[in-house]
Design a protein around this ligand. Sequence first.
Ligand code: XLS
Ligand code: NI
Ligand code: NI
Length: 437
Amino acid sequence: MKDYFPDISTITYEGNNSKNPYSFKYYKADKKIGSKTMHEHLKFALAYWHTLTGKGVDPFGADTMIRPWDNLADPMDKARARVDASFELMQKLGIRYFCLHDRDIAPEAATLKETNRNLDILVELIGKQMKATGIKLLWGTANMFLNSRYLHGAATSCNADVFAYAGAQVKKAMEITKELGGANYVFWGGREGYETLLNTDMDFELDNQARLLRMAIDYAKEIGFTGQFLIEPKPKEPTKHQYDFDVASVMVFLRKYGLDKDFKINIESNHATLAGHTFQHELCLARINNMLGSIDANQGDPLLGWDTDQYPTDVYNATLAMYEVLKNGGLHSGGINFDAKPRRASFEPSDLFLCFIAGMDTYAKGLEAAYKLLNNGELEDFIRERYSSYSSGIGKDIVEGKAGLKELEEYALQHDRIINNSGRQELLETIVNRYIL
Ligand code: XLS
Ligand code: NI
Ligand code: NI
Protein backbone atom coordinates (compact mmCIF):
# COMPACT_ATOMS: atom_id res chain seq x y z
CA MET A 1 0.00 0.00 0.00
CA LYS A 2 1.34 3.41 -1.00
CA ASP A 3 2.16 5.89 1.75
CA TYR A 4 0.47 9.19 0.87
CA PHE A 5 1.75 11.20 3.81
CA PRO A 6 5.29 9.82 4.21
CA ASP A 7 6.59 12.80 6.16
CA ILE A 8 4.03 12.50 8.93
CA SER A 9 4.00 9.69 11.42
CA THR A 10 1.39 8.68 13.97
CA ILE A 11 0.17 11.65 15.99
CA THR A 12 0.55 11.16 19.73
CA TYR A 13 -0.36 13.09 22.84
CA GLU A 14 2.46 15.35 24.05
CA GLY A 15 0.55 17.70 26.34
CA ASN A 16 0.00 21.44 26.08
CA ASN A 17 3.61 22.39 26.70
CA SER A 18 4.70 20.73 23.48
CA LYS A 19 5.55 22.99 20.55
CA ASN A 20 5.34 20.11 18.09
CA PRO A 21 2.43 20.97 15.78
CA TYR A 22 2.05 17.29 14.90
CA SER A 23 1.02 16.25 18.39
CA PHE A 24 -2.12 16.37 20.51
CA LYS A 25 -2.10 18.92 23.29
CA TYR A 26 -5.34 17.81 24.97
CA TYR A 27 -6.64 14.71 23.18
CA LYS A 28 -5.37 11.64 24.98
CA ALA A 29 -7.46 8.79 23.60
CA ASP A 30 -7.28 6.49 26.62
CA LYS A 31 -7.55 9.11 29.31
CA LYS A 32 -10.52 8.41 31.56
CA ILE A 33 -13.09 11.17 31.90
CA GLY A 34 -15.51 9.69 34.42
CA SER A 35 -16.29 6.11 33.49
CA LYS A 36 -15.43 6.46 29.81
CA THR A 37 -12.22 7.16 27.93
CA MET A 38 -11.86 10.27 25.81
CA HIS A 39 -12.22 8.30 22.62
CA GLU A 40 -15.43 6.71 23.87
CA HIS A 41 -16.90 10.11 24.72
CA LEU A 42 -15.65 11.67 21.50
CA LYS A 43 -16.36 9.28 18.67
CA PHE A 44 -14.50 11.39 16.12
CA ALA A 45 -15.26 10.76 12.47
CA LEU A 46 -13.58 11.86 9.28
CA ALA A 47 -15.89 13.34 6.64
CA TYR A 48 -14.81 11.60 3.47
CA TRP A 49 -16.04 14.37 1.18
CA HIS A 50 -14.19 17.41 2.49
CA THR A 51 -11.10 15.43 3.41
CA LEU A 52 -10.61 13.31 0.33
CA THR A 53 -12.44 15.09 -2.45
CA GLY A 54 -12.40 18.73 -1.33
CA LYS A 55 -10.21 20.87 -3.55
CA GLY A 56 -10.49 24.38 -2.19
CA VAL A 57 -12.76 25.83 -4.86
CA ASP A 58 -14.87 28.86 -4.03
CA PRO A 59 -17.32 30.84 -6.20
CA PHE A 60 -14.46 33.02 -7.40
CA GLY A 61 -11.57 30.64 -7.72
CA ALA A 62 -10.40 27.25 -8.93
CA ASP A 63 -8.79 24.33 -7.09
CA THR A 64 -5.96 25.09 -4.77
CA MET A 65 -5.53 21.68 -3.18
CA ILE A 66 -3.46 19.28 -5.19
CA ARG A 67 -3.51 15.96 -3.40
CA PRO A 68 -0.94 13.18 -3.86
CA TRP A 69 -3.56 11.06 -5.66
CA ASP A 70 -4.65 13.78 -8.09
CA ASN A 71 -2.10 12.82 -10.76
CA LEU A 72 -4.04 9.62 -11.47
CA ALA A 73 -6.11 10.05 -14.62
CA ASP A 74 -8.67 7.24 -14.27
CA PRO A 75 -11.42 8.27 -11.83
CA MET A 76 -11.61 4.74 -10.46
CA ASP A 77 -7.86 4.70 -9.75
CA LYS A 78 -8.24 8.02 -8.01
CA ALA A 79 -11.13 6.63 -5.96
CA ARG A 80 -9.03 3.61 -4.94
CA ALA A 81 -6.10 5.83 -3.99
CA ARG A 82 -8.39 7.95 -1.82
CA VAL A 83 -9.40 4.86 0.13
CA ASP A 84 -5.77 4.13 0.99
CA ALA A 85 -5.10 7.77 1.79
CA SER A 86 -8.17 8.03 4.04
CA PHE A 87 -7.26 4.99 6.09
CA GLU A 88 -3.67 6.19 6.40
CA LEU A 89 -4.94 9.54 7.67
CA MET A 90 -7.38 7.99 10.12
CA GLN A 91 -4.83 5.54 11.45
CA LYS A 92 -2.15 8.18 11.91
CA LEU A 93 -4.64 10.46 13.67
CA GLY A 94 -6.27 7.73 15.75
CA ILE A 95 -9.70 8.49 14.24
CA ARG A 96 -11.91 5.43 14.55
CA TYR A 97 -14.92 6.40 12.42
CA PHE A 98 -15.73 7.99 9.09
CA CYS A 99 -18.80 9.24 7.21
CA LEU A 100 -19.50 9.11 3.50
CA HIS A 101 -21.85 10.05 0.69
CA ASP A 102 -22.22 7.46 -2.07
CA ARG A 103 -20.66 9.87 -4.56
CA ASP A 104 -17.60 10.63 -2.42
CA ILE A 105 -16.28 7.13 -2.66
CA ALA A 106 -17.03 6.22 -6.27
CA PRO A 107 -17.38 8.31 -9.41
CA GLU A 108 -20.71 8.67 -11.13
CA ALA A 109 -20.71 6.90 -14.52
CA ALA A 110 -22.83 7.21 -17.67
CA THR A 111 -25.69 5.09 -16.31
CA LEU A 112 -27.07 4.37 -12.85
CA LYS A 113 -26.21 0.72 -13.34
CA GLU A 114 -22.55 1.48 -13.99
CA THR A 115 -22.47 3.97 -11.15
CA ASN A 116 -23.74 1.29 -8.80
CA ARG A 117 -21.10 -1.10 -10.11
CA ASN A 118 -18.41 1.47 -9.34
CA LEU A 119 -19.82 1.79 -5.86
CA ASP A 120 -19.72 -1.97 -5.29
CA ILE A 121 -16.04 -2.08 -6.25
CA LEU A 122 -15.14 0.69 -3.82
CA VAL A 123 -17.34 -0.66 -1.03
CA GLU A 124 -15.49 -3.97 -1.23
CA LEU A 125 -12.17 -2.17 -0.95
CA ILE A 126 -13.31 0.00 1.94
CA GLY A 127 -14.76 -3.05 3.69
CA LYS A 128 -11.37 -4.76 3.54
CA GLN A 129 -9.60 -1.75 5.00
CA MET A 130 -12.20 -1.47 7.75
CA LYS A 131 -11.64 -5.09 8.65
CA ALA A 132 -7.86 -4.69 8.68
CA THR A 133 -7.89 -1.51 10.80
CA GLY A 134 -11.02 -1.78 12.97
CA ILE A 135 -12.16 1.63 11.72
CA LYS A 136 -15.96 1.90 11.54
CA LEU A 137 -18.56 3.72 9.48
CA LEU A 138 -20.44 6.26 11.62
CA TRP A 139 -22.93 7.08 8.91
CA GLY A 140 -23.64 6.88 5.23
CA THR A 141 -25.79 9.13 3.07
CA ALA A 142 -26.70 9.78 -0.55
CA ASN A 143 -25.51 12.88 -2.35
CA MET A 144 -28.68 14.16 -3.98
CA PHE A 145 -27.60 17.73 -4.58
CA LEU A 146 -24.49 17.80 -6.79
CA ASN A 147 -25.80 16.40 -10.06
CA SER A 148 -27.83 18.84 -12.16
CA ARG A 149 -30.77 16.40 -12.30
CA TYR A 150 -31.52 17.63 -8.78
CA LEU A 151 -31.90 21.26 -9.77
CA HIS A 152 -35.51 21.30 -8.51
CA GLY A 153 -34.76 19.11 -5.51
CA ALA A 154 -34.69 15.34 -4.96
CA ALA A 155 -37.68 14.02 -2.97
CA THR A 156 -39.21 17.49 -3.28
CA SER A 157 -38.61 17.83 -7.00
CA CYS A 158 -41.60 18.71 -9.18
CA ASN A 159 -40.42 15.94 -11.54
CA ALA A 160 -41.49 12.39 -10.59
CA ASP A 161 -38.60 10.87 -12.55
CA VAL A 162 -36.22 12.72 -10.26
CA PHE A 163 -38.09 11.44 -7.20
CA ALA A 164 -37.69 7.92 -8.55
CA TYR A 165 -33.98 8.42 -9.20
CA ALA A 166 -33.52 9.79 -5.68
CA GLY A 167 -35.32 6.75 -4.30
CA ALA A 168 -32.99 4.45 -6.23
CA GLN A 169 -30.02 6.34 -4.86
CA VAL A 170 -31.25 6.15 -1.27
CA LYS A 171 -31.90 2.42 -1.68
CA LYS A 172 -28.36 1.77 -2.84
CA ALA A 173 -26.82 4.10 -0.25
CA MET A 174 -28.72 2.29 2.50
CA GLU A 175 -27.50 -1.04 1.17
CA ILE A 176 -23.86 0.02 1.20
CA THR A 177 -24.25 1.62 4.63
CA LYS A 178 -25.61 -1.68 5.91
CA GLU A 179 -22.91 -3.67 4.15
CA LEU A 180 -20.22 -1.53 5.82
CA GLY A 181 -21.91 -1.87 9.21
CA GLY A 182 -22.83 1.84 9.38
CA ALA A 183 -24.32 2.86 12.73
CA ASN A 184 -26.54 5.59 11.25
CA TYR A 185 -28.01 6.76 7.98
CA VAL A 186 -28.28 10.52 7.40
CA PHE A 187 -30.66 12.61 5.32
CA TRP A 188 -29.40 16.08 4.64
CA GLY A 189 -31.88 17.72 2.30
CA GLY A 190 -29.33 19.36 0.06
CA ARG A 191 -31.84 20.76 -2.41
CA GLU A 192 -35.03 20.05 -0.50
CA GLY A 193 -36.36 23.57 -0.27
CA TYR A 194 -37.40 26.36 -2.58
CA GLU A 195 -36.39 29.65 -4.14
CA THR A 196 -39.87 31.11 -4.66
CA LEU A 197 -43.38 30.15 -3.65
CA LEU A 198 -44.56 31.52 -7.00
CA ASN A 199 -43.73 28.15 -8.55
CA THR A 200 -43.82 25.88 -5.50
CA ASP A 201 -46.48 23.67 -3.94
CA MET A 202 -44.92 23.52 -0.49
CA ASP A 203 -47.68 21.32 0.91
CA PHE A 204 -47.17 18.71 -1.81
CA GLU A 205 -43.37 18.87 -1.64
CA LEU A 206 -43.39 18.23 2.11
CA ASP A 207 -45.77 15.29 1.63
CA ASN A 208 -43.32 13.90 -0.90
CA GLN A 209 -40.36 14.39 1.40
CA ALA A 210 -42.22 12.36 4.02
CA ARG A 211 -43.07 9.73 1.40
CA LEU A 212 -39.40 9.12 0.64
CA LEU A 213 -38.53 8.85 4.33
CA ARG A 214 -41.37 6.39 4.86
CA MET A 215 -40.04 4.29 1.98
CA ALA A 216 -36.58 4.32 3.57
CA ILE A 217 -38.01 3.10 6.89
CA ASP A 218 -39.87 0.31 5.11
CA TYR A 219 -36.80 -0.69 3.14
CA ALA A 220 -34.63 -0.71 6.28
CA LYS A 221 -37.01 -3.28 7.76
CA GLU A 222 -36.91 -5.30 4.59
CA ILE A 223 -33.12 -5.55 4.46
CA GLY A 224 -32.57 -5.63 8.21
CA PHE A 225 -30.77 -2.30 8.47
CA THR A 226 -30.97 -1.46 12.16
CA GLY A 227 -28.91 1.74 12.19
CA GLN A 228 -30.38 5.01 13.42
CA PHE A 229 -31.96 7.33 10.84
CA LEU A 230 -30.88 10.95 11.23
CA ILE A 231 -32.00 14.23 9.69
CA GLU A 232 -29.50 17.07 9.45
CA PRO A 233 -31.12 20.51 9.55
CA LYS A 234 -29.81 23.53 7.69
CA PRO A 235 -31.74 26.78 7.16
CA LYS A 236 -30.45 27.88 3.78
CA GLU A 237 -27.80 27.12 1.18
CA PRO A 238 -28.10 25.84 -1.44
CA THR A 239 -31.79 26.80 -1.52
CA LYS A 240 -33.03 30.06 -0.10
CA HIS A 241 -35.39 28.26 2.25
CA GLN A 242 -34.43 24.70 3.20
CA TYR A 243 -37.37 22.69 4.54
CA ASP A 244 -35.28 21.18 7.35
CA PHE A 245 -34.54 24.67 8.64
CA ASP A 246 -33.54 23.85 12.21
CA VAL A 247 -34.22 21.36 14.99
CA ALA A 248 -37.65 22.84 15.70
CA SER A 249 -38.84 22.65 12.10
CA VAL A 250 -37.50 19.12 11.67
CA MET A 251 -39.40 17.99 14.76
CA VAL A 252 -42.63 19.60 13.59
CA PHE A 253 -42.23 17.94 10.20
CA LEU A 254 -41.49 14.51 11.67
CA ARG A 255 -44.39 14.71 14.10
CA LYS A 256 -46.85 15.82 11.43
CA TYR A 257 -46.06 12.72 9.39
CA GLY A 258 -45.73 10.35 12.35
CA LEU A 259 -42.03 9.80 11.66
CA ASP A 260 -40.61 11.16 14.92
CA LYS A 261 -40.02 7.75 16.50
CA ASP A 262 -37.90 6.64 13.56
CA PHE A 263 -35.53 9.61 13.40
CA LYS A 264 -33.10 11.54 15.49
CA ILE A 265 -31.24 14.69 14.51
CA ASN A 266 -27.67 15.24 13.31
CA ILE A 267 -26.82 18.77 14.40
CA GLU A 268 -24.14 20.79 12.67
CA SER A 269 -22.60 23.72 14.45
CA ASN A 270 -22.30 25.99 11.41
CA HIS A 271 -25.91 25.25 10.41
CA ALA A 272 -27.09 26.33 13.86
CA THR A 273 -25.28 29.63 13.37
CA LEU A 274 -26.87 30.12 9.96
CA ALA A 275 -30.29 29.52 11.51
CA GLY A 276 -29.62 32.29 14.02
CA HIS A 277 -29.20 29.88 16.92
CA THR A 278 -26.31 28.93 19.12
CA PHE A 279 -25.07 25.38 18.68
CA GLN A 280 -25.98 24.76 22.30
CA HIS A 281 -29.57 25.86 21.65
CA GLU A 282 -29.98 23.29 18.88
CA LEU A 283 -28.36 20.52 20.92
CA CYS A 284 -30.44 21.34 23.97
CA LEU A 285 -33.72 21.49 22.08
CA ALA A 286 -33.01 18.11 20.49
CA ARG A 287 -31.88 16.64 23.81
CA ILE A 288 -34.98 17.62 25.78
CA ASN A 289 -37.08 16.06 23.03
CA ASN A 290 -35.01 12.86 22.99
CA MET A 291 -33.92 13.62 19.44
CA LEU A 292 -30.20 14.30 19.81
CA GLY A 293 -28.52 11.78 17.54
CA SER A 294 -25.15 12.95 16.29
CA ILE A 295 -22.98 15.99 15.66
CA ASP A 296 -21.34 17.55 12.63
CA ALA A 297 -18.53 19.44 14.32
CA ASN A 298 -17.30 22.56 12.60
CA GLN A 299 -17.70 26.29 12.97
CA GLY A 300 -18.71 29.26 10.88
CA ASP A 301 -17.35 32.74 10.77
CA PRO A 302 -19.61 35.34 12.36
CA LEU A 303 -18.62 37.82 9.66
CA LEU A 304 -19.45 35.49 6.77
CA GLY A 305 -23.03 34.51 6.15
CA TRP A 306 -22.48 31.09 4.63
CA ASP A 307 -21.49 27.56 5.57
CA THR A 308 -17.73 28.04 5.82
CA ASP A 309 -17.30 24.58 7.41
CA GLN A 310 -14.19 25.49 9.37
CA TYR A 311 -12.51 23.06 11.70
CA PRO A 312 -13.73 23.78 15.23
CA THR A 313 -11.23 25.74 17.32
CA ASP A 314 -13.66 27.62 19.55
CA VAL A 315 -13.25 25.94 22.94
CA TYR A 316 -16.17 27.84 24.47
CA ASN A 317 -18.56 26.50 21.86
CA ALA A 318 -17.14 22.98 22.17
CA THR A 319 -17.46 23.07 25.96
CA LEU A 320 -21.12 24.04 25.86
CA ALA A 321 -21.73 21.44 23.15
CA MET A 322 -20.12 18.70 25.21
CA TYR A 323 -22.11 19.87 28.22
CA GLU A 324 -25.28 19.05 26.30
CA VAL A 325 -23.85 15.77 25.04
CA LEU A 326 -22.96 14.71 28.59
CA LYS A 327 -26.43 15.69 29.81
CA ASN A 328 -27.77 13.52 27.00
CA GLY A 329 -25.83 10.56 28.38
CA GLY A 330 -23.61 10.62 25.28
CA LEU A 331 -24.51 10.39 21.64
CA HIS A 332 -25.33 6.66 21.67
CA SER A 333 -25.04 5.46 18.05
CA GLY A 334 -23.90 8.94 16.97
CA GLY A 335 -20.52 10.61 17.09
CA ILE A 336 -18.61 13.76 16.28
CA ASN A 337 -18.10 14.05 12.55
CA PHE A 338 -15.71 16.75 11.42
CA ASP A 339 -17.82 18.13 8.59
CA ALA A 340 -15.08 20.65 7.97
CA LYS A 341 -12.55 21.62 5.38
CA PRO A 342 -9.18 23.34 5.46
CA ARG A 343 -9.23 27.00 4.40
CA ARG A 344 -8.59 27.49 0.71
CA ALA A 345 -5.11 28.82 1.41
CA SER A 346 -4.30 25.88 3.72
CA PHE A 347 -3.78 23.73 0.67
CA GLU A 348 -0.90 21.47 1.59
CA PRO A 349 -1.60 17.81 2.43
CA SER A 350 0.03 18.33 5.84
CA ASP A 351 -2.67 20.91 6.62
CA LEU A 352 -5.16 18.05 6.80
CA PHE A 353 -3.34 16.71 9.85
CA LEU A 354 -3.09 20.11 11.47
CA CYS A 355 -6.81 20.65 10.91
CA PHE A 356 -7.85 17.42 12.58
CA ILE A 357 -5.43 17.97 15.44
CA ALA A 358 -6.99 21.41 16.00
CA GLY A 359 -10.52 20.01 16.00
CA MET A 360 -9.76 16.98 18.16
CA ASP A 361 -7.89 19.02 20.74
CA THR A 362 -10.69 21.58 20.87
CA TYR A 363 -13.30 18.94 21.61
CA ALA A 364 -11.01 17.14 24.08
CA LYS A 365 -10.52 20.35 26.02
CA GLY A 366 -14.25 21.08 25.76
CA LEU A 367 -15.09 17.61 27.07
CA GLU A 368 -12.80 18.00 30.08
CA ALA A 369 -14.20 21.40 30.97
CA ALA A 370 -17.80 20.30 30.43
CA TYR A 371 -17.35 17.17 32.50
CA LYS A 372 -16.02 19.09 35.49
CA LEU A 373 -18.65 21.79 35.13
CA LEU A 374 -21.45 19.25 35.09
CA ASN A 375 -19.97 17.11 37.83
CA ASN A 376 -19.43 20.00 40.22
CA GLY A 377 -22.98 21.08 39.47
CA GLU A 378 -22.44 24.84 39.78
CA LEU A 379 -24.74 25.67 36.88
CA GLU A 380 -27.21 22.93 37.71
CA ASP A 381 -27.45 24.09 41.32
CA PHE A 382 -28.02 27.66 40.21
CA ILE A 383 -30.73 26.63 37.76
CA ARG A 384 -32.45 24.42 40.33
CA GLU A 385 -32.48 27.27 42.82
CA ARG A 386 -33.74 29.68 40.14
CA TYR A 387 -36.92 27.64 39.70
CA SER A 388 -37.33 26.67 43.34
CA SER A 389 -40.57 28.64 43.65
CA TYR A 390 -42.19 25.77 41.78
CA SER A 391 -41.36 23.16 44.42
CA SER A 392 -43.79 24.37 47.04
CA GLY A 393 -46.88 26.50 47.49
CA ILE A 394 -48.59 27.94 44.45
CA GLY A 395 -45.70 26.91 42.15
CA LYS A 396 -46.16 23.27 43.13
CA ASP A 397 -49.92 23.57 42.57
CA ILE A 398 -49.26 24.96 39.06
CA VAL A 399 -46.91 22.12 38.16
CA GLU A 400 -49.20 19.46 39.59
CA GLY A 401 -52.20 20.83 37.78
CA LYS A 402 -53.98 21.70 41.02
CA ALA A 403 -54.38 25.39 40.19
CA GLY A 404 -56.51 26.98 37.48
CA LEU A 405 -56.92 30.63 36.59
CA LYS A 406 -59.37 31.18 39.47
CA GLU A 407 -56.90 29.84 42.05
CA LEU A 408 -54.15 31.96 40.47
CA GLU A 409 -56.27 35.06 40.79
CA GLU A 410 -57.08 34.28 44.40
CA TYR A 411 -53.37 33.86 45.10
CA ALA A 412 -52.26 36.94 43.10
CA LEU A 413 -54.77 39.15 44.87
CA GLN A 414 -53.00 38.36 48.12
CA HIS A 415 -49.44 38.31 46.72
CA ASP A 416 -49.17 41.23 44.33
CA ARG A 417 -45.94 42.65 45.71
CA ILE A 418 -43.62 40.54 43.59
CA ILE A 419 -39.91 40.11 44.35
CA ASN A 420 -37.60 38.85 41.59
CA ASN A 421 -33.98 37.68 41.83
CA SER A 422 -31.04 38.43 39.52
CA GLY A 423 -30.37 36.07 36.63
CA ARG A 424 -26.62 36.47 37.31
CA GLN A 425 -25.59 35.87 33.68
CA GLU A 426 -22.16 37.46 34.05
CA LEU A 427 -21.40 35.45 37.15
CA LEU A 428 -22.35 32.24 35.35
CA GLU A 429 -20.22 33.16 32.34
CA THR A 430 -17.31 33.68 34.70
CA ILE A 431 -17.92 30.26 36.19
CA VAL A 432 -17.81 28.66 32.74
CA ASN A 433 -14.56 30.51 32.02
CA ARG A 434 -13.07 29.15 35.22
CA TYR A 435 -13.57 25.60 33.96
CA ILE A 436 -12.11 26.36 30.55
CA LEU A 437 -9.11 28.45 31.50
C1 XLS B 1 -23.83 20.51 4.01
C2 XLS B 1 -24.01 19.38 4.91
C3 XLS B 1 -23.53 18.04 4.36
C4 XLS B 1 -24.09 16.91 5.17
C5 XLS B 1 -24.03 15.58 4.50
O1 XLS B 1 -23.91 21.66 4.39
O2 XLS B 1 -23.39 19.67 6.11
O3 XLS B 1 -22.16 18.01 4.29
O4 XLS B 1 -23.46 16.80 6.41
O5 XLS B 1 -24.74 15.55 3.32
NI1 NI C 1 -23.07 18.34 7.71
NI1 NI D 1 -22.71 22.04 6.36
